[in-house]
Design a protein around this ligand. Structure first.
Ligand SMILES: [Zn+2]
Length: 93
């Protein structure tokens, strides 16, 4: 079973994707916030998808502290198995 990678579009396989939003934000410190079940958008097919069970650090200045990494590791330990869900219906409208 291939490992799921939230940076790869589950619809078209593009890696031209970016995180747009995270749920259940938990503040780590003044610079970093831990977010969960992150929404991604694919720049190639414009599809949005949610990486359920995925956690990442949102950092104001782009840097991550040891404290942030520790919080992320703990969140990954507690997360449900990763799943990529396409958002919205799959009609071409
Ligand atoms: Zn795509």
């Amino acid at each position: 079973m291939p490992e799921l990678n939230p940076n790869v579009c589950p619809r078209c396989g593009s890696t031209n994707t970016g995180a747009t939003f995270g749920f259940n934000p938990v503040r780590i410190n003044s610079n970093e916030t831990l977010v969960h079940d992150v929404l991604f958008r694919c720049a190639d097919c414009d599809k949005q998808y949610q990486a359920v069970g995925y956690s990442m650090i949102a950092s104001r200045n782009g840097e991550n502290s040891p404290e942030g990494f520790a919080a992320l590791a703990k969140a990954i330990d507690n997360a449900e198995p990763l799943r990529l869900d396409l958002v919205g219906d799959d009609g071409e409208a």
